[in-house]
Design a protein around this ligand. Structure first.
Ligand code: 5PN
Ligand code: ZN
Ligand code: ZN
Length: 254
């Protein structure tokens, strides 16, 4: 049996203000941060956790976030670099349905979409201040080549051997973080937007984009406990400082 491999697929970068990264703390000013997808090449399937942003969507709806994304940083482009095409992906899981995490779903026309029941509810009935976050609806819309096939889950779930979705609500209603166990190294804990960066964790400071700030803080604390309990390494979702130390595809963790 093949061992699991985890690839980090670079998806380009966006700009937001420092007060959005560090809620009520700042300092103000442009912060450019990375976005990426996680490919899990597993004996039970080829799983993608998060699919980055769609550059055209951001240019149209959020041009002030100054998207940078080369062709190689699109999801089809980054899959190509590891010898795969969009049709090879069997499952897509989104930590949540913010535009910078689901923009590439529409390319994955053979994939089953694993989603938290509460996240779909949150997306379908957003609070008024969540509209921009949930502005890319292409993951939910059928096209000629793409029809989403949802498989709804709740609670902490092991979606394949050693691949665990862990509930970390607050940033959104049904947010998931991801824990992946590997044969040759300590587990990887992908925080997703439950914690943007190591600095957010160290300052115990959440981002300004959230549904429930208290739940968000509890989820950050849960991430700390999970990392301790599993002796896992945390990988943050939008961390300009740590990102350079993450091994990039075609390199992989195993
Ligand atoms: C990167 C980014 N920009 C804006 C929003 C928003 O309005 O909700 C979430 C979000 C983002 O992650
Ligand atoms: Zn988000
Ligand atoms: Zn995000």
């Amino acid at each position: 049996m093949n061992d699991t491999k985890v690839y980090i697929l670079d998806g380009g970068s966006l700009v937001i203000d420092g007060f959005h990264v560090f809620w009520n703390r700042g300092p103000a000013g442009d912060v450019r941060f990375p976005c990426y997808s996680v490919l899990i090449d597993h004996p039970e399937g080829k799983f993608i956790f998060d699919t980055g942003f769609d550059k055209e969507h951001v240019e149209k709806v959020l041009p002030f976030e100054k998207p940078l994304q080369t062709d190689a940083q699109t999801l089809p482009g980054s899959l190509h670099a590891v010898g795969l095409t969009s049709g090879d992906i069997t499952h897509v899981i989104n930590s949540h349905y913010h535009f910078d995490h689901c923009g590439g779903n529409k390319h994955l026309h053979n994939a089953t979409t694993i989603c938290h029941k509460a996240e779909l509810e949150g997306y379908h009935k957003p609070q008024p201040f969540e509209h921009l976050g949930y502005s890319d609806k292409s993951f939910d819309l059928a096209t000629d080549i793409y029809t989403p096939r949802y498989e709804t889950v709740e609670g902490d779930v092991e979606i394949a051997k050693g691949v665990h979705l862990m509930e970390t609500p607050g940033h959104t209603k049904g947010h998931y973080s991801l824990l992946v166990e590997l044969k040759g190294r300590r587990p990887m804990l992908f925080t997703a937007d439950a914690c943007y960066s190591k600095k957010n964790m160290d300052m115990n400071c959440i981002s300004s984009f959230h549904l429930d700030p208290v739940a968000s803080l509890e989820s950050m604390s849960r991430l700390t406990s999970l990392a301790q309990e599993h002796e896992a390494e945390m990988f943050f979702s939008h961390d300009p400082d740590s990102y350079g130390s993450y091994l990039q595809a075609p390199g992989y963790y195993s």
